[in-house]
Design a protein around this ligand. Structure first.
Ligand code: NAD
Length: 315
């Protein structure tokens, strides 16, 4: 499909899990893609295919140092660069805040002076919601983050809204719960559980009753593509939940991991991480369905099974 010919998309955090999948999807549709990341090109293994594509340019720098000249000429900016690990944010809250809030403001300052940008897509997180006041959680639900990572993402989202209202920076927020699939971050609990299940080691569940919306990366990338290709007036200033739209307790996800690999590894329980008790990701994806035509194709169970195949391959 040659839909994207001559349309430039600028991805921050392009060398990561989501960024590399999105770059591949865009290049397949003949978009012109610039990927910014602090990862040295020699270590940007997830972009191996993209780096060989003449429609892809890699910009090795921090989002904190992005300039308007870097962005000018691109129609869409997808902002994925972040310190994306909730556990690291407990240990390093100020580093997380610097990456996620200061990095976002730096990008917004560069974008607001660019002439070419019609959409800035931001990948938000279920951690921004924290404690559900009602379910299903829709886009009107207030942000009440209960951990440092959620706070940093919520503050970044507020910055996008403020820059939209003050300067007309055309942002769109796409929030997800847990996104899994090949090349996912190996620090994420689901990766560790699958690996332990494969090796017969204990699956350690911190808490158990808190819930997650688990989505497969291809579905999330498809939702991002729908926003990239949507008419500006349909999506700018809007927020969407994109995920499976199904709620699972993490103790159920632990069972799912065991079943996916046919393992009898023991499930052990540990204390909840701070702020986790009562956390729910019972998202409504109705707005994404209605406005974007989004429909997940992979169920959480299938997503775990597909991810397990990859975990088995990487060992
Ligand atoms: N994966 C999920 O489950 C999930 C769920 C909801 C939201 N998100 C959000 O989606 C985005 C992508 O997540 P991911 O799982 O691909 O994470 P990732 O860690 O795989 O990718 C993030 C990339 O950003 C880069 N980066 C970090 N700080 C940077 C900076 N200052 N300048 C330039 N590059 C920088 C990293 O080097 C990395 O390549 C993040 O914003 C994350 O908060 C992820």
């Amino acid at each position: 499909m040659a839909r994207g010919q001559d349309i430039g998309v600028f991805i921050t955090g392009a060398a990561g899990f989501g960024g590399s999948h999105l770059a591949a999807a865009l290049l397949e549709r003949c978009y012109r893609v610039t990927g910014l990341d602090v990862t040295p090109p020699s270590r940007a293994g997830l972009l191996r295919g993209a780096l060989l594509n003449e429609c892809f340019r890699y910009l090795w720098k921090s989002v904190q140092d992005v300039r308007t000249e870097d962005i000018e000429g691109h129609a869409v900016v997808v902002h994925l660069a972040a310190q994306a690990d909730a556990p690291l944010a407990f240990e390093s809250p100020r580093y997380t805040i610097m990456q996620n809030i200061d990095g976002t403001v730096a990008l917004l300052e560069a974008v607001r002076r660019a002439q070419s940008v019609s959409k800035v897509l931001f990948a938000g997180s279920g951690n921004e919601i924290g404690r559900a006041r009602y379910t299903p959680i829709d886009e009107e639900h207030p942000l009440t983050p209960h951990n440092p990572y959620g706070f940093s993402k919520a503050a970044a989202e507020m910055a996008l809204e403020a820059w939209r209202l003050a300067y007309g920076v055309p942002s769109v927020v796409m929030r997800s719960g847990v996104v899994v699939g090949p090349n996912m971050r190996q620090e994420v609990f689901l990766f560790r559980w699958l690996r332990n299940a494969l090796h017969g080691k204990p699956i350690v569940v911190e808490g158990g009753k808190q819930t997650r919306d688990l989505a497969f990366i291809d579905d999330v990338v498809r939702a991002w593509m729908l926003v990239i290709e949507a008419p500006v007036e349909l999506v700018v200033g809007e927020k969407f939940f994109v995920g499976s739209g199904e709620e699972y307790a993490i103790e159920e996800l632990a069972e799912m991991c065991r079943d996916a690999v046919g393992s009898d590894a023991p499930i052990e329980y540990a204390a909840y991480r701070p702020g986790e008790e009562g956390h729910r990701e019972a998202f409504s994806i109705e707005k994404a369905r209605r406005v974007l035509g989004y429909a997940p194709r992979v169920s959480p169970k299938e997503a775990v099974a597909l991810t397990a195949e990859w975990v088995r391959a990487v060992g």
